[in-house]
Design a protein around this ligand. Structure first.
Ligand SMILES: [Zn+2]
Length: 166
């Protein structure tokens, strides 16, 4: 799973083009690190593709003044995705759907407890579907067995030999 990144961004614009410099503003840099005074913290985390297989934009949020806070929210987002067992694509996609929806509607991450509950409910539903399919399969087998038994108990009456061959 993606570890995600944190970075700083500011509202400075290129003087000639008027375009936002984003994270390329030179004032954001100090030596090899980030300037403590300029810009605000952002995080970005790659999300799994949508259920239909199309690429989902990464989770990205910013405006944090403290590096600690941006790290905390990135950790929370990662923890949410980690609720899905490794390799359980169906669940991780469902969780990413919940994250995207919650971010769109409330600008906050979904409550991990809710996500866990939804995940458990989803797994139960999938389990019930599998059980129902298995049951239907077994009922079909039983019906086929009954039909075979019926045929053995009442074999078709052999045709009386034709007189012509006597
Ligand atoms: Zn700047």
């Amino acid at each position: 799973m993606s570890r995600g990144t944190t970075f700083k961004q500011c509202g400075c614009r290129d003087e000639s083009t008027g375009r936002l410099l984003g994270r390329t503003c030179p004032k954001l840099r100090r030596g090899n690190g980030w300037s403590p005074a300029h810009g605000t913290w952002y995080y970005q985390l790659e999300l799994p593709p949508r259920a239909d297989g199309t690429r989902r934009p990464p989770l990205r949020r910013g405006g944090f003044t403290a590096k600690h806070d941006v790290g905390t929210e990135l950790d929370q987002a990662r923890d949410l995705l980690a609720i899905a067992a490794p390799g359980d694509t169906e669940t991780v996609i469902r969780i990413a759907d919940a994250i995207t929806a919650s971010m769109r509607d409330t600008r906050t991450l979904p409550d991990p407890e809710q996500v866990r509950k939804a995940d458990a409910a989803g797994r139960q539903a999938a389990c019930r579907r599998r059980l129902a399919r298995g049951m239907a399969g077994r009922q079909e087998e039983a019906a086929a067995r009954d039909r075979a038994q019926l045929r053995r108990a009442h074999p078709p009456v052999p045709q009386a030999p034709s007189r012509a061959y006597r």
